[in-house]
Design a protein around this ligand. Structure first.
Ligand code: NDP
Length: 280
């Protein structure tokens, strides 16, 4: 049977179009939404991410205010800017493009952003809300994956979800979100024993390893749903994921491609959080 190829491009566009309407309604009431986007240095990958985020803002009707700081900006200067933005009532959301230079502590940065403007959902407050099942900003990539599943009519309730990876930005918040959606959740990592056997018990396998094409059909139960979070770019700029797609796809009921699967959802959910920020 041919698997359903989950179309992240289409679904992310659907979400952005819904948000565009919402933002237009806010504008009619005189409410503007503004996202502050901070980049330190000129790392090419970060520049592309920042550009795409600003483009999405423009599409939806959210104002973006750019802060392109030199590569030698001190931690103190960055934290002072964040404090100013926290206290600026015209700014609804604050985003610091990660990674920051080595001499800046990313945790300090995340902790300084006001929880009410934490549109990346990385702050301890946002993570705490997620773990308690309370309303708060959701980490964008995991939230995007739940949207992909729901909008593809894939049931989560009661399913066994195995998450490969336990990072703070994908694996852990993903586990909390799937748990909040009534999945039975297993998290695996580099110390996990019998990895293949565990993965083979998954109804939904979410792969966030950062290891190119690591997951083969040997890890996948017949008819499972496979979500590939990984992004790898080769010397010819060709993208691939953590899943060996051609080997795995024939065994799945549904699968996300790379590119065009999870990738586009992260920015769509960032935009969702920016719109939510108005209500907070
Ligand atoms: P991290 O490197 O922070 O985490 C990787 C996780 O995978 C760790 O928990 C690690 O275990 C585990 N792991 C690595 N190798 C193995 C292995 N051989 N066996 C079992 N577990 C293993 O990565 P991220 O979570 O930040 O990102 C994962 C991937 O997703 C990357 O390719 C990244 O580029 C991509 N990504 C894509 C996004 C998108 O928008 N589509 C957004 C964010 C990330 P341990 O903890 O024990 O070290």
């Amino acid at each position: 049977m041919e698997p359903l190829i989950i179309d992240g491009k289409r679904i992310s566009k659907e979400i952005k179009d819904e948000l565009k309407e919402k933002v237009a309604d806010y504008k009619k009431k005189g409410i503007e939404i503004t996202l502050a986007v901070i980049q330190i240095g000129d790392d090419p990958a970060s520049t592309v991410y920042v550009r795409n985020k600003k483009k999405a803002c423009e599409y939806i009707g959210i104002n973006s205010k750019s802060f392109e700081l030199p590569g030698d900006t001190s931690e103190k200067e960055l934290l002072e800017l964040l404090e100013r933005l926290n206290n600026d009532s015209s700014i609804n959301g604050i985003l610091v493009q990660l990674p920051v230079p080595d001499y800046i502590d990313p945790l300090k940065v995340i902790n300084t952003i006001s929880p009410s403007k934490d549109v990346d959902g990385f702050s301890p407050y946002s993570v705490g809300c997620l773990n308690l099942g309370e309303k708060g900003f959701l980490s964008c990539t995991p939230a995007g994956i739940v949207e992909l599943l729901k909008r593809s009519d894939i049931e989560i309730d009661g399913k066994h979800c195995v998450i490969m990876g336990r990072s703070n930005i994908v694996g852990k918040p993903m586990a909390s979100l799937m748990l909040n959606n009534n999945a039975t959740v297993t998290i695996t990592h580099s110390h996990t024993r019998n990895l293949k056997e565990i993965c083979k018990t998954a109804d939904i396998l979410i792969v966030a390893l950062g290891q190119k094409e690591f997951v083969t059909s040997e890890y996948v139960k017949e008819g499972a749903v496979v979500i590939d979070v990984g992004i790898h770019r080769d010397e010819n700029n060709k993208l691939s994921g953590d899943v060996l797609y051609d080997d795995v796809a024939p065994h799945c009921s549904a699968i996300t491609p790379v590119p065009g699967g999870v990738g586009p959802m992260t920015i769509a959910m960032l935009m969702y959080n920016c719109v939510e920020a108005v209500e907070i």
